[in-house]
Design a protein around this ligand. Structure first.
Ligand code: SF4
Ligand code: SF4
Length: 317
């Protein structure tokens, strides 16, 4: 039995199992206009891995059948999948809350800037990456000029009411720029709000802190720094059993751009589909999926370290 599973068994008395279908997540492609050093997916501009419209229709059918609290669309840069507009229109039916994870810079390209109006019109919740309030740190992690473009997009979103009107929620994402755990989420949110409003006149709702997972491009970075073992040790030594109930894999359905079902986006990055069958979105079965045993690995310690981590930020404050 793996180290992670042994710990789970000692706390829960059994293997890690799913509990609810609160969130339906769809990763619609690995194409991104950026190639950030911490990316767990290794997304890049050259990728042709995009979710097909047929698989998107499967996702819509799953949403209709399980009625999740949130539909979470991620990538890559979701805006680079040409089917995103019709996918959003099919999902934003006034019943489901739909969220898109945007890297902000893609919205500065004239081909994609129209998404800001579409998001507003469909009242899409936005989760936007801004891993630091310092230009130097953001550009180092995400590429030269990324901070300035991100600030421009945030201003344009604020102008449309994002982060200001109650129905236009705008949340920002922080992740550390190296092999350390994120600081306490609510304190960092206060700092972000003070600096972004006073220096740039920018407003947002919440800051989500996310732990870097030791996979994908971040793992390559750790290997380059000869830090893989130390970082894994830090995650394991910081294991917090009170995070287990809230682990995102226990509360979601995750569909990859390949049409297969995963426990989470990290398992998708590692190409570890769910144990339960059927595994393809086209034949999704709610009952078997809900009772499934979750596929775990050493990377899972990234979700249970300290305050815990998920795509929706810290699991505990
Ligand atoms: S972290 Fe996000 S913005 Fe950066 S390369 Fe990966 S998908 Fe793109
Ligand atoms: S990486 Fe995190 S969310 Fe994914 S299966 Fe492991 S514990 Fe669950």
């Amino acid at each position: 039995m793996s180290k992670f599973n042994k710990l789970i068994a000692s706390v829960e008395g059994s293997k890690l199992r799913a509990l609810t279908h609160k969130t339906l997540q769809a990763n619609i492609g690995n194409r991104c206009n950026q190639a950030c050093s911490h990316c767990h997916l290794g997304a890049c501009p050259e990728s042709d891995d995009l979710m097909s419209w047929e698989t998107m229709q499967d996702v819509v059918r799953i949403a209709e059948s399980v009625d999740p609290e949130l539909i979470d669309i991620t990538g890559g840069a979701p805006e680079l999948n040409p089917s995103l507009p019709k996918f959003l229109k099919a999902l934003a039916d006034g019943v489901h809350k739909v969220q898109v994870r945007t890297n902000l810079t893609v919205l500065q390209n004239s081909k994609h800037s129209g998404f800001m109006d579409l998001y507003r019109d469909l009242q899409i919740r936005l989760v936007a990456s801004l891993p630091c309030h310092s230009e130097e740190n953001v550009d180092e992690q995400r590429g030269k000029g990324v901070f300035k473009d991100s600030i421009r997009s945030l201003r344009e979103l604020n102008k449309r009411g994002y982060g200001i009107e109650p129905e236009l929620e705008l949340n920002l994402v922080f992740n550390p720029d190296g092999p350390v755990l994120p600081p306490e989420q609510s304190q960092l949110e206060t700092t972000y709000k003070e600096i972004l409003s006073s220096k740039y006149g920018i407003y947002f709702n919440h800051l989500l802190t996310i732990t870097n997972m030791p996979i994908g491009r971040f793992k390559q970075y750790l290997e380059g720094e000869q830090n893989v073992v130390e970082y894994q040790q830090l995650l394991e030594n910081s294991f917090n059993p009170t995070t287990l109930e809230k682990l995102m894999c226990r509360h979601q359905i995750c569909v990859g751009w390949d049409g297969l079902i995963y426990d989470c986006d990290f398992n998708f990055a590692l190409k570890l589909p769910v144990f339960s069958t059927p595994r393809d979105a086209n034949h999704f079965d709610s009952k078997s999926h809900l009772n499934r045993e979750i596929v775990t690995g050493p990377h899972c310690f990234g979700c249970t370290a300290g305050c815990g981590s998920s795509c929706e930020g810290a699991l505990e404050d």
